[in-house]
Design a protein around this ligand. Structure first.
Ligand SMILES: *Cc1c(COP(=O)(O)O)cnc(C)c1O
Length: 397
């Protein structure tokens, strides 16, 4: 008999042959600026823990305390018996932070996109998505019965054309939903959300922004992209985000009107059918929101570090792409060379991963660095020195 599982090995072997399989590194301790990766002490340059909050004493204390008062698990999904006072407190504080009427917490950002998008648009509707949107948005859109169109990356002229065409369509679309990432994670550029929201408003379309890399980073106090552009709250109908990046924990969320939240929790299958966060997670997320409200210095330091690093890298002659945020790609070009640079940097004590085809186009391979507020100037100089040495050896600069 033929082994029905033989594809498992053959497909994995194919990935290995093409050098596309994930080689997992092991973190032997907390995600701090200097951390232990595969047993070696290196400088962390690729975590999403932008503000260093994953090791903030207030978050750790809140998690420990919540285990003592509420236990290790929530016991259920939220609609049945897993809706604790801790979940409600987090949503209240998050809504206040986001200056929104209401917020809803999901298990992850992926679960928010996969659960909500297919409910906002279905049969007879149209979803218009930026071509570089995150994979969790793409999967959310795939779960919808709506028609789909993409617009060219951050290109509002193209979006305007797609919206005009949609208006002429027969039969007319019941609803139109425009979705974009706030900050694009491969290049670090910011979506032109002001112009997107204006176009959507002119065409009576809804706007959904995934601000996973913008929260804790953009806008006053790290309130995200809607605050960054000073947009009226009613021009962006769904502000989606994650607790797994700048907030330093794990979890997804959406903010907007109370009507949105009422609709979302009653309809999102990921929210209804999957267990709720354990107390430690929820309490740590709430503490993260408190820290952002009361300690603005972390966001300030993140940007000071970002400016310092970008300038030093540019001065050395590195091409750092079109980034406007703490995500700073160091462009290399060819995949093999990007991998060599990453591995040489690791030898020199800097942990930063290569991003290669198919995650980015052929010839656009890069090292993606992500800045962190907990890095000192000494750390940054150390990293820049390693980039200089490795970059010269590989004839990149
Ligand atoms: C990381 C990320 C997500 C997923 O968030 P999780 O909470 O980690 O599931 C969604 N969208 C974007 C743009 C992201 O960068």
């Amino acid at each position: 008999m033929r082994d029905p599982t033989s594809f498992l090995k053959s497909e994995y072997d194919d990935l290995v042959r093409q050098e596309l399989e994930w080689k997992l590194r092991v973190l032997g301790g907390p995600s701090t600026p200097w951390c232990l990766v595969d047993g070696k002490k290196v400088l962390m340059f690729c975590s999403n823990n932008y503000l260093g909050l994953s090791n903030h004493p207030k978050l750790k204390d809140a998690a420990i305390k919540a285990v003592q008062t509420h236990g290790a698990g929530s016991g259920s999904v939220r609609p049945i018996a897993g809706n604790m006072d801790l979940h409600r407190e987090l949503e209240r504080k998050l809504a206040a932070f986001k200056e929104a009427e209401a917020s809803l917490v999901y298990q992850t950002g992926f679960a928010a996109n996969a659960g909500l998008i297919p409910q906002l648009a279905g049969k007879g509707d149209l979803i218009i998505s930026d071509e570089l949107n995150h994979g969790s948005i793409i999967d959310g859109v795939r779960l919808s019965a709506a028609e789909r169109k993409v617009f060219k990356h951050a290109d509002t002229e193209d979006l305007s054309k797609v919206l005009d065409e949609a208006e002429q369509a027969a039969p007319v679309f019941r609803r139109i939903l425009v979705i974009t990432d706030g900050v694009f994670s491969m290049d670090g550029d910011i979506a032109p959300l002001d112009r997107i929201a204006a176009l959507a408003h002119d065409h009576g379309a809804m706007v959904y922004v995934d601000d996973a890399h913008g929260e804790g980073v953009l806008g006053p106090g790290g309130r995200g992209i809607v605050s960054h552009f000073k947009l009226p709250r009613d021009r962006v109908h769904v502000e989606m985000g994650t607790f797994s990046k700048a907030f330093g924990v794990v979890g997804g969320h959406v903010s907007g009107s109370q009507d949105l939240v009422n609709f979302a929790y009653n309809k999102s299958r990921t929210w209804l059918l999957s267990g709720s966060h354990p107390p430690a997670v929820v309490a740590a997320c709430t503490a993260a929101v408190d820290v952002l409200e009361h300690e603005p210095q972390h966001v300030q330091k993140l940007w000071d570090n970002t400016r310092y690093f970008k300038k030093a890298m540019r001065d050395l002659g590195f091409d750092i792409g079109r980034s406007e945020t703490p995500i700073t790609p160091v462009m290399v070009g060819e995949s093999g060379k990007a991998k060599k640079l990453s591995s040489r940097l690791f030898d020199l004590g800097v942990f930063a991963l290569p991003i290669v085809y198919p995650m980015v186009a052929q010839g656009k391979a890069r090292i993606r660095t992500i800045m962190n507020a907990a890095l000192t100037q000494e750390d940054l100089d150390f990293a820049v020195g390693a980039f200089e040495k490795a970059g010269k050896e590989l004839e990149i600069v």
